[in-house]
Design a protein around this ligand. Sequence first.
Ligand code: G3P
Length: 217
Amino acid sequence: MKFFVDTAEIDAIAELNDLGMVDGVTTNPSLILKSGRDILEVTKEICDLVDGPVSAEVVATEADDMIAEGRKLAKIAPNIAVKVPLTWAGLKTCKTLSDEGQMVNVTLCFSTNQAILAAKAGATFISPFIGRLDDINMDGMDLIADIRQVYDNYGFETEILAASIRTVNHVTDSARIGADVITAPPGVIKKLADHPLTDKGLDAFLSDWAKTGQKIL
Ligand code: G3P
């Protein structure tokens, strides 16, 4: 399973990247706003830092403009994945750019039918949003499972990039279902290491160690 980090914060990406936990990065207009950075500058910095795909999202709504924006974003670095919304204009952009050999991430996916369309348009990644479905009292994980089944039924090669991950359980469930990639905020990835029995066990070991009076270094 690949881990993408869902942020445009350079320090947070660098910290996890140094640990080998970053297979790619996803950004979106809201994350660019949060970073307070210029999209072209910060995306270039991320691409220089990380070897894997870095998603940068178009903001036009008509296909011709989306394609032009996508081509401009793609020039930032070879590891750019142009991110487009799951609209007909986004699918047209996906088809055009993927035919040119460009990685494309189709985002804002909320149904299995949308995911089928993205795969047929040549998407490299499909981004179903788990948390936002949970927000409206649906089960985001059901969508990940449905897309996995349908993609496997037909051998679609588009990778399932489980997005809008809010909890560590979203990560576990995505892994169980067989999502190819999860993208999560740095805080969620860091929480994956937490376990109260680890903390309790370590406290006991350190307490006993102190009683030995020994030192390793
Ligand atoms: O990867 C998509 C993500 O940034 C959206 O997350 O928490 O805003 O639904 P959220």
